[in-house]
Design a protein around this ligand. Structure first.
Ligand code: F6P
Length: 495
């Protein structure tokens, strides 16, 4: 174990309740303002000694060189031998990749303009079919920024359960629908089955489905094979990972719904965070400091979960988006070099929306026996025009929760009403949920995930863990209940 790691593992847990008295400048040092976002780690257990130890660990792990390699388009995804070039999609990275992404964006823009101009016939509905990274990002953006701005009615369908697609098609006129099939590989079973059913639905209505289906993919040849005309394919690079792909043509439903200008603003917000991550000094680098806190709680304090609460209805889908980003990226047990990792990797990311969650799960956060870091995400400006009392109540509740977790309350005569306190939280406040702020927020989480991976020595860009279950499902589809344990055999026989 490195010296830095030993220092982290043996660090005392300071009492948060006295942290500000012991260190009057604490607030100033643990608040980072970056563009439209204010990050506050002052109510976490980070101390200057810990930050110094983590900086030493980052040095041991060659953090700066690895970050440079990411932006230089080097094959940082070592197990698959390819680069991870999502930053190039927003204009940051290897010049050739930035130019390629720009050209692909222009192709997407031209197709959107053609659709807007009616070149594909009258379109009122867009059915976006994809799963995982090919659905979660667009869904989050549409939900956060799409209110009242789109001339189209856009639905995202992911689950292979036909109920999802059937619900999305209900009341929708197939003659006025555009289907966007989003799949990096263009082989994902769920997506291809849903796409085939959507095409059948259009065929039944007498629509020439081939003229109304577009493909968003890094495998254009597969889309052609499947029957999509080349001029309706919006490609993106193989080096853009699925869960990092919302910036590419996978963002098509967001771009068509929000309008090109807002989509560009989303990219610009992410690019500003890219530059911050590359250029800010380590002790003032938001994704890096966040990763230090993450590693401290997961590794030194053995916290197995990390909870996130969006105190803004517009960000309600953020926890589920981040579940894929963090758990699929860093839910690993071996290092990039194939050695067993010497400690816990990604905790379980979970969460919900405030204030709803306060009336459901917060009891455990305040008085349960499980310690977990909590993250609050709020916006200073409301997403509605109702009485400002709503937003005041939302924000005061959010900030009160962080204070209550930290302060606790002694009650020796009545233990059921006592609160232990000393429970950590981070508070992230956006000026408003604008395209720029959301782009920056998502890029912050991407880089935080990357920084965590570097500190642990894992590759955040592969996801072999999802393969075995898929393989077995294919075997069941092909050979039925052969060669399985009695429980699985009996279950398969139920089908
Ligand atoms: O099963 C996991 C996964 O590979 C994700 O990483 C990815 O986002 C999702 O499936 C969808 O893949 P595709 O875009 O190739 O359909």
């Amino acid at each position: 174990m490195s010296k830095a790691m030993e220092a982290i593992d043996t660090a005392n847990v300071p009492d948060l309740r006295t942290a500000f008295d012991r260190d009057p400048d604490r607030l100033e040092r643990y608040v980072i303002r970056q563009g439209p976002i204010r990050f506050d780690w002052s109510k976490t257990h980070l101390t200057d000694e810990l930050v110094q130890s983590f900086l030493a660990l980052a040095g041991d792990m060659d953090f700066a060189a690895r970050r440079d390699a990411l932006f230089a388009g080097e094959p940082v995804n070592v197990t698959e031998g390819r680069a991870a070039e999502h930053p190039a999609e927003r204009g940051e990275g290897r010049p050739e990749s930035v130019a390629r992404a720009r050209a692909q964006h222009m192709r997407m823009r031209a197709l959107i303009e053609a659709i807007d101009a009616g070149d594909l016939g009258e379109i009122r509905h867009v059915l976006h079919i994809g799963i995982g990274g090919s659905a979660l990002g667009p869904k989050l953006i549409l939900d956060a920024l799409g209110d009242g701005v789109s001339r189209y009615d856009v639905a995202v369908v992911s689950n292979v359960d036909g109920t999802a697609l059937e619900r999305a098609m209900k009341g929708v006129d197939p003659r006025k629908t555009l289907v966007a099939v989003a799949s990096k590989t263009f082989t994902t079973t769920e997506t291809m089955l849903n796409a085939a059913s959507a095409v059948a639905w259009m065929d039944e209505a007498g629509v020439d489905a081939r003229s109304r289906v577009i493909a968003l993919t890094a495998a254009p040849e597969k889309a052609v094979e499947w029957g999509v005309g080349e001029d309706r394919i919006l490609p993106f690079a193989e080096s853009v990972g699925g869960r990092y792909s919302l910036w590419s043509s996978i963002g098509f439903p967001a771009a068509i719904a929000l309008g090109w200008d807002r989509f560009e603003r989303l990219l610009a917000g992410a690019a500003a965070m890219d530059r911050h991550f590359r250029q800010a000094e380590p002790a003032a680098n938001a994704p890096l400091i966040a990763a230090f806190a993450d590693r401290y709680y997961a590794r030194a304090l053995k916290c197995q979960t990390r909870a996130l609460f969006a105190y803004d209805e517009r960000l309600a889908l953020l926890p589920s988006y981040l579940q894929q980003l963090e758990m699929e990226s860093n839910g690993k047990r071996v290092t990039a070099g194939g050695q067993a990792v010497d400690g816990p990797t990604a905790p379980i990311t979970w969460g919900g929306v405030g204030t709803d969650a306060q009336h459901a799960v917060f009891q455990l956060l305040h008085q349960g026996t499980v310690l977990m870091p909590v993250e609050f995400i709020a916006s200073l400006a409301p997403g509605h025009s109702l009485d400002p009392a709503h937003h005041r109540a939302l924000l005061t509740n959010c900030f009160a929760q962080g204070a209550a977790l930290m302060q606790g309350r002694d009650n020796p005569s009545d233990p059921a009403r006592a609160f232990p306190g000393n429970r950590p939280s981070t508070t992230i406040v956006l000026d408003d949920v604008t395209p720029e702020a959301l782009g920056a927020l998502i890029a912050f989480y991407e880089h935080r995930t990357f920084a965590n991976a570097v500190l642990m020595g894992v590759n955040p860009f592969d996801q072999f863990g999802v393969e075995l279950g898929k393989e077995i499902a294919r075997a069941i589809e092909k050979d039925g209940a052969r060669g399985f344990d009695p429980s699985t055999t009996a279950l398969i026989e139920l089908i």
